[in-house]
Design a binder for this molecule. Structure first.
Ligand SMILES: CSCCC(=O)C(=O)COP(=O)(O)O
Ligand SMILES: [Zn+2]
Length: 213
């Protein structure tokens, strides 16, 4: 029997962390109807990712599989997330990215619709902007890009690559779809995801109260 081409202890640890965190996010209603996908980097060539179509609220070890950074399944007959390329492109692009969280919360989805025309949501003046790694002041604005939705992952991946060429990025929205957020590890990715969701909720509420959109 050939050994796995990755550290299986590390996979076990990462899978356990994914299960706990994904279930918590699902309990908030951020992963409706089997939507959303989640991954963690195992090493420079492999990532653990959710199997396509699984109920993220009941995630268990069998719902997590390994892919290489081209998105091909490693040692599994399951189909990885339909959006695997959006994960692997980020792992390929930066060795600093260790965890990627994609959710479909109502804030994320409604904000993506409302701001699709503008192409981004400008987050400015919030103390919580300091939640984003490297942001030391509430004075720095963060633009969350909104990409047109597509079922063609290479099209989306090319747009994300172009955004990354322009400067630091912690996440992006896809119109009518949801949010991708990432970080060095689960804790940082989750902090970014939660900050985005909260701040998008603030923008929606402000738009409602002021009738500005
Ligand atoms: C029913 S949700 C449609 C697909 C999607 O957007 C998603 O996040 C889940 O896809 P996966 O293949 O990762 O289950
Ligand atoms: Zn999705």
């Amino acid at each position: 029997m050939s050994a796995q081409p990755y550290d299986s202890h590390r996979l076990c640890e990462l899978a356990g962390e994914l299960i706990v965190n994904v279930r918590e996010l699902a309990a908030r209603g951020w992963t409706p109807a089997t939507s959303s996908n989640f991954s963690q980097r195992i090493d420079e060539r492999h990532a653990a990712i959710t199997v396509s179509g699984r109920d993220k609220g009941r995630l268990r070890e069998a719902d997590i599989m390994v892919v290489d950074l081209d998105g091909a399944a490693v040692g599994s007959d399951h189909r990885p997330s339909a959006e695997t390329l959006l994960h692997t492109q980020l792992y390929r692009r930066s060795a600093d990215i260790g965890c990627i969280l994609h959710t479909h919360s109502q804030h994320q989805t409604v904000a993506s619709r409302l701001f699709a025309g503008a192409g981004h949501v400008r987050l400015e003046g919030y103390e919580l902007l300091k939640a984003f790694a490297g942001n030391t002041t509430h004075e720095a604005a963060v633009n969350v890009p909104v990409l047109p939705n597509s079922q063609h992952m290479p099209t989306l991946a090319a747009q994300v690559d172009a955004l990354l060429d322009r400067g630091p990025l912690w996440g992006y929205l896809i119109d009518g779809h949801g949010l991708y957020a990432w970080g060095r590890d689960m804790a940082e990715a989750r902090r970014h995801l939660e900050a985005f969701d909260f701040l998008l909720g603030c923008e929606l509420e402000l738009a409602r109260l002021t009738g500005s959109r």
